[in-house]
Design a protein around this ligand. Structure first.
Ligand code: E4P
Length: 218
């Protein structure tokens, strides 16, 4: 399973890049707005840190606008993936961009039908927003399961990104069903690392070690 980090924060990206477990980054207009920096410059900096795919999203709503923006975005770095919102205009943009060799990530996907349509259009990545589905009371796990069945049944080339992840359980559920990628927020990654029993265990091992050292000195 590949791990992307879902943030535009350079410190957070650097921290996980240094751990050596990061395969890519996803951003969106809200995440970039949170950082308050010029978005293109920020994406450039992210591409300098991470060699894997870095998603940057288009703002335009028409196919023409999206295609124009995508052709500009890819100038940022060879690892830029263009995030396209799931709309008819977006699907048309995917059909134009993918044959040009521009990788797309169809975003704001909330149903299995949308997954099927984005896969058929040839998107490199498709991002079902499982957290937002959960927030609206729908079964996000079943949605993801059926998404994987569809993708695997027809051997679509699209990679599925479990997006809008809210908790560490979402990562486990995604991994169990073989989802290709999870894009995980920093706070969830931190929670995946921590377990009170690990901390407790280290403390007691060190205490016992110190006791032994004292005994040996007597
Ligand atoms: C995915 O690519 C999106 O950036 C992200 O996962 C959105 O998540 P949110 O629902 O936490 O905003």
């Amino acid at each position: 399973m590949k791990f992307f980090i879902d943030t535009a924060n350079l410190k957070q990206i650097k921290e996980y890049q240094e751990l050596g477990i990061l395969d890519g980054v996803t951003t969106n207009p809200s995440l970039l707005a949170k950082e308050g920096a010029e978005p293109i410059e920020q994406l450039k900096k992210i591409c300098e840190i991470v060699k894997g795919p870095v998603s940057g999203e288009v703002i335009g709503l028409t196919t023409e606008e999206m295609v124009k923006e995508a052709r500009e975005l890819i100038k940022i770095g060879s690892n830029i993936v263009v995030k396209i919102p799931f709309t008819k205009e977006g699907i048309k943009a995917v059909k134009i961009l993918e044959p040009e060799g521009i990788k797309t990530n169809v975003t704001l996907v909330f149903s299995q039908n949308q997954v099927l349509l984005a896969a058929k259009a040839g998107a490199s990545y498709i991002s079902p927003f499982i957290g937002r589905l959960m927030d609206s009371g729908q079964n996000e796990i079943d949605m993801l399961k059926e998404t994987m069945q569809i993708i695997e049944k027809y051997k679509f080339k699209s990679e599925i990104i479990a997006a809008s992840i809210r908790n560490a359980r979402h990562v486990i559920e995604s991994a169990k069903m073989g989802v290709h990628i999870a894009t995980i927020p920093f706070d969830v990654l931190e929670k995946m690392f921590k377990h009170p029993r690990t901390e407790e265990g280290i403390k007691s091992f060190l205490n016992d070690w110190e006791k032994l050292q004292k005994q040996l000195k007597l």
